[in-house]
Design a protein around this ligand. Structure first.
Ligand code: SF4
Length: 549
């Protein structure tokens, strides 16, 4: 059995098929599917999802081990959902012991079934960084895949996806896998973005065998991060009137997508939406036939958002302008040794301030009142949640704790045209990118932000900063053995924003989006499996892909 790394290094166009290890599908069925896929020579690996669509699934490590025993190389999805860094560390040790080296590192969907246990202690960039560090320390040949979605049509959301991918690659990712999407121009956009920067990391394009029902559901942004345009839905509705329920049309579109990916120069295709080995084989063979005329097919895969953002097309939106708050704080950060300065440099003034804070730190009552002062002043302006490891200066003065998933290195892939996956608000990372664009400092967003030291929750971050106790860019703390704590600094029950959306918050946000989308089928109507594909359920078969994180 050739390893995934060897298959990628060979430079031959490869296939990875998604295996949805969900609670909905009996494990025996998944393993039977794996046995059939294992004999298709073009398939380099089976990608085993975890928490697909935010639902509890089967144990992806156990399924991965069984899949491997049936001759298929496993690529195990590892998400940051409901696990602190100690638990994730244990999982990695288990993967190491089992010699399961292919890991798809993703942030993960908001867990719908158990919203109150929605712990996001770390994000996907931090996860990649940790796996890469473990690889370097122990010599374990982990092969890390990272997710990216070029199918974002809101400018800042799209730009941040690319910035975040660069961060993942810099942190140690070996390969990228895209989100689902039906827009060849966007596939080219991602490739061109990487080529322009000399980034040679191989990319697999996601090719999803899309049923009408799944498309109707995705049209409302459900599962999070998956989107199908009105035009695509209309085509699928028409196709579904055929005697085969539209199956041939779906498979043909998938084969054309693969041919286009080959032509553009992708390293391979990530096949989802079907578990049927005969369908997979048909797609592969048909794609070979179509590959020589991929340029003629290009226009057939244009189901993007008409007024959406494209990096290499003329952008009609005005560039964001600088606003007073970031401008004033930036100016202060350049002139003074303030805690939000992007660079920490030694100076007499800094040493003097350190002396004052050391003095303050030895006086519990005074330092308590200082902490209260810091918290209340920052709460009003930034929505501070008192995490104790302030990174406002590295996030354009947007607090990371106001992201429901507590990300520190960029948005997850779950956004819907710039809106949060979890609650009915704009994704906080849109504001971060807007401000960086306005001040022409997008490159500064590429700085790696380490996980916070959650033992400092409730303490004064300014004290921690001057006394060198916090975890921040340039000063990461290794807290993997100690565990990171619960992730949140405010309990979900007490989080006003999550409370207003009401648990399960993600469902309410999806319902709100569905209500805003005229003519959409609505999430509740289209949750059953695809009639003819056998695996058309959007929540299942799109797996972890939308969890671009
Ligand atoms: S990063 Fe932490 S300390 Fe800074 S504003 Fe946010 S919660 Fe408060």
């Amino acid at each position: 059995m050739k390893s995934l790394a060897e298959r990628v290094q060979s430079g031959q166009f490869l296939y990875m098929t998604e295996l949805v290890a969900s609670g909905l599908k009996r494990e025996a069925q998944v393993l039977e599917i794996a046995s059939k896929l294992a004999v298709i020579p073009e398939i380099a690996a089976g990608s085993i999802t975890s928490y697909a669509g935010g639902q509890l699934g089967q144990d992806s490590i156990r399924v991965g081990t069984a899949v491997r025993a049936r001759g298929l190389v496993p690529n195990v999805h590892l998400t940051c959902v409901s696990q602190d860094r100690k638990t994730i560390g244990k999982t990695l040790v288990a993967l190491q012991a089992l010699e399961m080296h292919n890991i798809f590192s993703i942030s993960g969907d908001w867990p719908k079934a158990a919203v109150k246990t929605a712990v996001f202690d770390i994000d996907s960039v931090q996860l990649v960084e940790h796996i890469a560090d473990m690889r370097a320390r122990t010599g374990t040949p982990f092969f890390i895949s990272a997710a990216v979605s070029p199918f974002k049509y809101q400018r800042e959301d799209c730009l941040y996806q690319y910035v975040k991918l660069e961060k993942k690659i810099a942190a140690g990712a070996n390969m990228a896998i895209t989100q689902v999407g039906w827009d060849a121009t966007k596939f080219v956009e991602l490739k061109k973005y990487l080529d322009e920067r000399g980034i040679k990391t191989p990319v697999l394009g996601n090719v999803y065998v899309l049923s009408r029902r799944a498309a109707e559901r995705m049209n409302t942004g459900n599962p999070p991060g998956c989107w199908a345009s009105d035009e695509l839905v209309a085509v699928l509705r028409k196709e579904s009137e055929a005697p085969d329920g539209g199956l041939q049309g779906r498979l043909e579109r998938a084969a054309k997508s693969v041919a286009i990916l080959k032509g553009i120069g992708y390293a391979g295709a990530y096949l989802g939406g079907t578990h049927d080995a005969r369908q997979v084989t048909w797609i592969i063979r048909r794609a070979e036939e179509l590959a020589p005329k991929w340029e003629e097919l290009f226009e057939e895969l244009q189901f993007g958002k008409k007024d959406g953002f494209y990096l290499y097309k003329r952008d009609t939106q005005p560039k964001p302008t600088r606003t007073f708050l970031p401008m004033a704080l930036d100016t202060a950060g350049k002139a003074l040794p303030v805690p939000w300065a992007k660079k920490v440099t030694d100076s007499p003034m800094r040493r003097a301030i350190q002396g004052v804070f050391r003095w303050l730190d030895r006086r519990p009552l005074l330092s308590h009142w200082f902490e209260r002062f810091e918290y209340h002043s920052k709460k009003e302006i930034f929505g501070c949640q008192n995490c104790g490891n302030c990174v406002l200066g590295h996030m354009e003065y947007v607090c990371p704790q106001t992201c429901p998933k507590q990300m520190r290195n960029g948005p997850c892939g779950g956004t819907f045209h710039g809106a949060c996956e979890v609650i009915d608000q704009e994704c906080i990372w849109v504001k971060v990118m807007e401000r960086a664009e306005a001040s022409s400092t997008i490159d500064q967003l590429k700085v790696y932000v380490p996980p916070p030291d959650r033992r400092l929750t409730g303490t004064a971050s300014w004290l921690n900063f001057y006394l060198g106790r916090d975890s921040r860019p340039g000063r990461p703390k290794d807290l993997w053995k100690a565990g990171g704590g619960p992730g949140r600094t405010v309990a979900i029950d007490e989080d006003e924003k999550l409370k207003t959306a009401g648990p399960p918050a993600a469902d309410k946000a999806a319902a709100a989006r569905a209500a805003k989308a005229p003519g959409a089928g609505g999430p509740g109507k289209a949750s059953g499996p695809g009639k003819a594909s056998g695996a058309g359920q959007a929540g299942e078969a799109s797996g972890g892909m939308r969890q671009a994180g």
